[in-house]
Design a protein around this ligand. Structure first.
Ligand code: CAA
Length: 291
């Protein structure tokens, strides 16, 4: 057994900060693989929403016969929910999945740095912000990494591990082993907005929006073309609704600012839809309307 595998197995308590779609999904995956998870949200209302995400997603897994009811109860029993970051004192690995605000993420990492043990690993699920920049909010930049899960986290098998120029090799090994222990495939990349998958994916998604905006084809036909012609599980506009148009806009904008590749210059209608509150599935309306 390699040293890194041993580390992943001896890690028992892990933390997740932020229980939105991604955070709750990550907490579910960790608990499903036997880890005791402490999930933190900013207030009781957000905590209740996080609990609902967890219950809803695991109920879906039961319905799809991926979990038994007994396993669902065990899984949920391994997650404790709190509004206090200080409850993460015993965690050896903490991942934050709050909104894409560098200021907020830095604030959380600054506080976590003082709470967790000096050898604990601090990870961020950011899609496009600089992990290096975020690591400077701590006294342990070598123990900070990106762990980028994909939506829906319980289903998608990829995790991008983002290493900065100062991430320690042992930390990278520990995080890789953890991702493998979760049954996911880790890929490693440098700290550049978009990482591997979003850099490739979002140019395509943005192009689909431009095609829709230019009335070149209907939303249904754009989506059908990619599903039936190219074998994608869902079309680009339906996928944007799943990701959330606000999140998609932020990712494109950040990539565009960093790389100046016009592929990533957000299509104007995306911004208009975000301003109008059409954020996709989470608000009931995006390119499509949801019950
Ligand atoms: N735990 C375990 N398995 C679960 C589950 C859970 N909580 N919930 C659902 N599943 C399983 C189902 O059992 C089903 O498995 P089988 O196919 O073996 O039966 C599978 O997941 C699919 O679930 P559903 O049948 O309920 O749903 P679906 O067939 O309509 O697929 C989808 C939905 C998984 C979203 C699929 O359409 C898909 O993969 N779409 C593409 C998603 C994608 O591209 N995500 C990446 C977005 S980009 C991103 O996330 C990065 C970022 O930074 C924003």
């Amino acid at each position: 057994m390699t040293e890194t595998t041993a580390t992943a197995r001896t890690l028992t308590t892990v933390g997740v900060v932020g229980l939105g779609t991604m955070g709750a999904g990550i907490a579910e995956v960790l608990a499903r693989h036997g880890y005791a998870v402490v999930g933190v949200e900013k207030d009781e209302e957000a905590l209740a929403r996080g609990r609902q995400y967890l219950e809803h997603s695991t109920a879906r897994a039961v319905k799809r016969e991926k979990l038994t009811e007994a396993e669902q109860a065990e899984l949920l029993g391994r997650i404790s929910l709190t509004t206090e970051l200080s409850d993460l004192a015993g965690a050896g690995f903490v991942v934050e999945a709050v909104v894409e605000s560098m200021e907020l993420k830095k604030q959380i990492f600054r506080e976590l740095d003082a709470i967790v043990a000096p050898d604990a690993i601090l990870a961020t699920n950011t899609s496009s912000l600089s992990v290096t920049d975020l690591s400077t909010a701590t006294a342990r930049p070598g123990r900070v990494v990106g762990v980028h899960f994909f939506n829906p986290a319980p289903v998608q098998d990829l995790v991008e591990i983002v290493r900065t120029v100062v991430t320690e090799d042992t930390v990278l090994g520990e995080v890789k082993a953890l991702v493998e222990a979760l049954g996911k495939n880790p890929v490693v990349c440098g700290d550049k907005a978009g990482f591997i998958a979003n850099t490739l994916l979002f140019g395509y998604l943005n192009h689909a929006v431009a095609m829709y905006e230019g009335r070149y084809a209907t939303r249904e036909d754009i989506d059908a073309a990619m599903r039936y012609g190219c074998g994608y599980p869902m079309g680009p506009l339906a996928l944007l609704d799943l990701i959330g148009l606000d999140t998609a806009y932020e990712i494109l904008e950040t990539m565009y600012r960093q790389g100046r590749d016009r592929l990533h210059a957000p299509s104007p209608i995306l911004k208009q839809m975000v301003t109008a509150g059409l954020l996709g599935r989470k608000t009931g309306r995006g390119f499509y309307t949801y019950e």
